[in-house]
Write a protein that binds this ligand. Structure first.
Ligand code: GCU
Length: 423
């Protein structure tokens, strides 16, 4: 009788140890395990991918479908813009430098509707301008103090400090993210900015009965299938639809749309850029785990932890690989490679160790061989550059001092990168 008890105790101790070992967050470079990345330039049936034609015909579609199946989930159908309405317009915004418009895109499906509000600034008098397109975290009214910007009516996370109760935004949060949106610098540099609230498309909580999903459910469906879209895919879907709208807008140069995002929305920008090659340039700011950072380094946030804290972001299939990154058929250098040959910029912050800046850099480094197929250069050095030393090849990168955020310094580099590669 005693022996089984001893075995059981030993087994439980082992289990506790193993589990807690997994869940510890590693911030020590010396403890990064040895890892082998999945091959970028060998197809599933072992074929060497030696030129851009084979990349586009064989390897790119393979990689894209693995990301759909195992990471973000497939968008299960078509849902196009039903109509759009311009609800506000100011020809004299930003002291006369810009034209501001607010536009609502409307979608219908399964007897439900979804409204997505765009806030658009274009340099006054300019036509056919390149634009930055990016989601905001708090509602369009948070990106500027301008009282004409309608506060979002979508669900927002409660926050007593920001005056948000009952999941409704109030005047108190107006302008509270303006430090992250350098609208003047963008306009002065000859670019437009279009931003939208990510919660319009999918409220950021584990609830698939709201947002865009129900508009595309089949009969009786209440949540996505294991390989169908999680929140990140839903947000990427929203960016694709904004791109559709741009095709109707003569103010915007649709050949020069730069999709940009920070953090979870940086993950989203990368996935949107991979799914939709109409995006001419892609910028990921501090996107970290499930974004630019290599999963196999297991540094800072890990997929297992992300799936625990935000179970709705990736597709359900991804949790099969929790704490076992080596068995996941993809790693994030392959996501960066899906942008090839388009310019992609990866921005990191020194204090943002949770997002693993070095892992973000190395993704760009290991994606470089895909860019080479197109005669383009990525991040050839295996060493991450020093602080404030941006690299601006077709893959660009910087790490700056400071914390997880978007600062004017970041925007300065994004604009320089766009000037170099798009103008
Ligand atoms: C959390 C999460 C990150 C994410 C970040 C953000 O920290 O763990 O993966 O990038 O939120 O979106 O702000």
């Amino acid at each position: 009788m005693r022996q089984p008890v001893i075995y059981l105790t030993l087994f439980c101790t082992f289990l506790t140890f193993a589990v807690s070992g997994q869940e510890e967050t590693n911030y020590d470079e010396d403890k990064v395990p040895e890892y082998t990345l999945p091959e970028l330039l060998v197809s599933k049936n072992g074929r060497e991918i030696t030129n851009s034609r084979r990349w586009n015909r064989i390897r790119r579609p393979e990689i894209l479908s693995m990301f759909e199946e195992y990471m973000y989930g497939k968008i299960p159908g078509e849902l196009n813009i039903e109509s759009f309405r311009i609800i506000e317009r100011d020809e004299n915004a930003l002291g006369g430098k810009a034209v501001r418009k607010q536009v609502i895109l409307e979608f219908y499906g399964n007897g439900r509707n979804l409204e997505v509000h765009l806030l658009k600034y274009l340099p006054r008098g300019a036509t056919n301008v390149p634009v930055f397109l990016g989601y905001n975290f708090g509602g369009n009214h948070t990106v500027s103090n301008d009282p004409e910007i309608a506060p979002t009516r979508s669900w927002v996370r409660n926050s007593p400090q920001r005056g948000i109760e009952d999941n409704r935004a109030t005047e108190q949060s107006r302008g509270d993210a303006q430090g992250r949106w350098d609208i003047e610098q963008i306009i002065d540099s000859g670019y437009g900015l279009v931003t939208l609230y990510y919660g319009d498309v999918f409220p950021d909580k584990d609830d698939f009965t709201v947002g865009v999903h129900p508009l595309l459910y089949s009969e009786g469906q209440e949540k996505p299938l294991p390989g169908e879209w999680g929140a990140i895919s839903a947000w990427a879907w929203g960016l694709k639809r904004v791109m559709d709208y741009f095709e109707e807008d003569p103010g915007i140069d649709q050949e020069k749309v730069i999709v940009m995002g920070h953090s979870r929305l940086g993950k989203t920008a990368l996935w949107a850029g991979a799914l939709d090659e109409r995006f001419a340039m892609v910028i990921s700011n501090n996107s970290g785990c499930g974004g630019a950072a290599l999963s196999r380094r297991r540094f800072g946030e890990r997929l297992g932890r992300m799936n625990e804290n935000f179970p709705h972001w990736l597709c359900e299939n991804n949790s099969r690989f929790d704490w076992d990154e080596d068995s996941l058929p993809v790693d994030q250098h392959m996501l960066i490679a899906l942008m090839a040959p388009r310019p992609v910029y990866i921005a990191s912050a020194e204090e943002d160790r949770w997002a693993d800046p070095k892992g973000e850099y190395l993704s760009g480094h290991y994606a470089t061989e895909a860019y080479r197929l197109f005669g383009k250069d990525g991040l050839p050095s295996g060493e991450m550059p020093a602080l404030n030393n941006p690299v601006m090849n077709t893959i660009g990168f910087h790490i700056r001092p400071g914390a997880h955020s978007v600062l004017p310094y970041d925007w300065e580099q994004f604009i320089r990168f766009a000037n170099l590669h798009l103008k």
